[in-house]
Design a protein around this ligand. Structure first.
Ligand code: NAD
Length: 311
């Protein structure tokens, strides 16, 4: 069967993960990688033995089936416009864009060019969200509340040090972490209305937020509490909790699922399930088969909630 080809723009921390995913997928071939940091491209080209291009147009002229955008958020909209001009399908990193205005442009140009869109929300392709959905399907009783708590001893985290991640312009944990959980909430419960929030910023206007507390509500009226803090005296912890009258389900630190019942200790749930990968889903979309991808329209909804929290 013909391989699906992918061009990769931006070969930083996450772009390298996509290179690995494509190399491990027998149905994929990397058309080329491109990064404005030529030393980085050269380093990865020799590490993985993948083709490189010197500029964006050279990559797009190869006409890969999908073009992945793995650059900082401020560049997503401009790159998406160039990709759409070539009539190529666009796979973008989250957050969709720098802000909702850029996100709206991305949705519009993709529609006008009649190309497929997808976003890299890895949580949605992991075993933990699969388990969480299984747990939600039975024995919850009435769902009375959703909570998201994100705690970071420091921001940026040690593994993601780059020039933009601590900046107020395009970094911060609200842009980096919250999209994953707002998208998951939307997937499970539909639209979210942010009713009130308080976001704290340091005096230095170049630096990103240090805290956020927000109260929201889902389309069906379930209250949602969101909390984020960076620069605090505890280990990193991200808890996404769904409270039912019969059971509480917690997704902890991206990959662990716990359930608890009244008067019983929390129990960790494990499963051998290996859900379909994002790249397999993207391939199926082009083959006209049913597959789960997060389109730009959904990314735009998430972007609007992020913009609201950043105010
Ligand atoms: N899906 C996830 O789990 C996840 C995790 C972390 C980061 N991200 C997102 O991935 C994106 C990249 O994050 P990162 O941590 O890999 O950043 P990074 O800074 O490590 O890498 C970005 C790369 O893009 C290159 N670049 C910048 N502008 C460019 C342009 N116009 N054309 C080509 N290359 C360009 C840079 O030289 C750099 O090598 C961001 O949108 C970030 O929010 C997603």
């Amino acid at each position: 069967m013909t391989k699906t080809t992918i061009g990769i723009i931006g070969t930083g921390v996450v772009g390298e993960r996509i290179i690995n995913q494509a190399l491990q997928n027998v149905h994929y071939e990397i058309a080329a990688i491109f990064d404005t940091n030529e030393a980085r491209t050269a380093q990865l080209a020799s590490k993985y033995n993948v083709p490189t291009t010197n500029d964006l147009q050279a990559l797009l002229n190869l006409k890969p089936d999908w073009v992945y955008i793995g650059t900082p958020p401020v560049s997503h909209a401009t790159l998406a416009a160039e990709i759409a001009k070539h009539g190529l399908h666009i796979l973008s990193e989250k957050p969709l864009a720098h802000d909702a205005e850029d996100g709206e442009t991305m949705v519009r140009i993709a529609n006008e060019a009649n190309v497929q869109t997808a976003m890299h929300f890895p949580l949605m392709y992991g075993a933990a969200v699969y388990q969480l959905k299984q747990e939600l399907a039975t024995g919850m009783g009435n769902i009375t509340c959703i909570e998201l708590h994100t705690y970071f001893p420091e921001w940026p985290r040690k593994w993601q040090q780059n020039p933009w991640i601590a900046s107020r312009e395009q970094g911060g944990f609200i842009r980096e972490i919250f999209p994953h959980y707002l998208q998951l909430t939307h997937h499970l419960f539909g639209d979210v209305d942010i009713l009130a929030h308080e976001t704290t910023y340091p005096e230095n206007e170049a630096l990103c937020e240090t805290g956020v507390s927000a109260l929201a509500k889902t389309a069906s009226g379930i209250p949602m509490v969101m909390n984020g803090l960076a620069g605090i005296g505890q280990e990193e912890r991200i808890d996404f909790k769904i409270f039912g009258t019969e059971k509480v389900v917690t997704l902890r630190n991206w990959s662990e699922v716990y359930i608890s019942k009244a008067y019983e200790p929390e129990v960790k749930i494990t499963s051998d399930e290996t859900p379909e990968t994002m790249l397999d889903a993207c391939r199926k979309v082009l083959l006209g088969e049913e597959a789960f991808v997060v389109p730009f329209q959904e990314g735009l909804k998430v972007q609007r909630w992020i913009d609201e929290l950043l105010k």
